[in-house]
Write a protein that binds this ligand. Structure first.
Ligand SMILES: Nc1ncnc2c1ncn2[C@@H]1O[C@H](COP(=O)(O)OP(=O)(O)O)[C@@H](O)[C@H]1O
Ligand SMILES: [Mg+2]
Length: 220
């Protein structure tokens, strides 16, 4: 479902060039849970941003469900980000002035879901991540693990088939991190295709594949 061919990403800062992704080709099947494992600076975040349509590659193809997203114009790419992929970040990324419920409703507003439906679906998703009794809480009134669960509900808002997570347990204590891991496992069991950049070895037993990344090269 995700076919990556000869992907290259070079960052340029003045005269300095950094090759962050170095000719990567790989295929991720529907329903996989792939772990992206590698040291800091190896290109994990860059890779997820390229697949998530947050950033554009220097060269190569990223074919998702038959469409090369590299050829998308800005509007098509925005649409892709809203509907096809859900992103989960290390630092939760909730909007501080919105409640948990409002945070989960927001992505649905962007794609024109009517308000009543937005609200009922957001409630359903908060329930799924075990946060329904915190619906009216603001991010700074929740713990890191609770914010991350809400952030996962946000990522699921428009029911994307693909979830991309960048060190989602990196800022959480052991026990809280475990809840997040179990949540990813549940989503994978429900059919979501998941790629997780992580240092958390507890995820390995749930993974269909370990992708090792070193200096922008992926093996595995
Ligand atoms: N916006 C940027 N501009 C320049 N270099 C960058 C930028 N983002 C990342 N890099 C560089 O690209 C390489 C890969 O970074 P990154 O994808 O963040 O790795 P990881 O997530 O594995 O720590 C690093 O050398 C990093 O310094
Ligand atoms: Mg990173």
């Amino acid at each position: 479902m995700i076919d990556i061919e000869n992907l290259i990403k070079v960052y340029r800062r003045g005269k300095i060039e950094v090759i962050a992704i170095r000719d990567v080709s790989l295929r991720i099947e529907k329903g996989e849970m792939a772990l992206l494992v590698g040291p800091s600076g190896s290109g994990k975040t860059t890779f997820l941003h390229l697949v998530g349509g947050i950033d554009r590659p220097t060269a190569g193809k990223i074919v998702v469900n038959g469409k090369n997203i590299v050829n998308f114009n800005d509007e098509e790419l925005t649409n892709y980000r809203r509907k096809e992929v859900g992103m989960v970040f290390q630092f939760f990324n909730l909007l501080p002035m919105l409640t948990a419920l409002e945070n989960v409703m927001l992505p649905m507003e962007f794609v024109g879901v009517p308000r009543n439906e937005r609200k009922s679906r957001a409630m359903e998703l908060l329930k799924k991540v075990g946060m329904e009794d915190r619906k009216n809480h603001y991010p700074d009134e929740m713990s890191g693990g609770e914010q991350q669960r809400v952030a996962i509900a946000v990522a699921l808002a428009n029911d994307p088939p693909i979830i991309l997570a960048d060190e989602p347990t990196g800022e959480l204590d052991t026990e809280t991190g475990m809840k997040i891991i179990e949540l990813f496992k549940k989503l994978n069991d429900e059919g979501k295709t998941i790629i997780i950049a992580t240092h958390d070895l507890r995820l390995e037993k749930y993974a269909s594949r370990i992708l090792e990344i070193r200096d922008g090269k992926i093996h595995g």
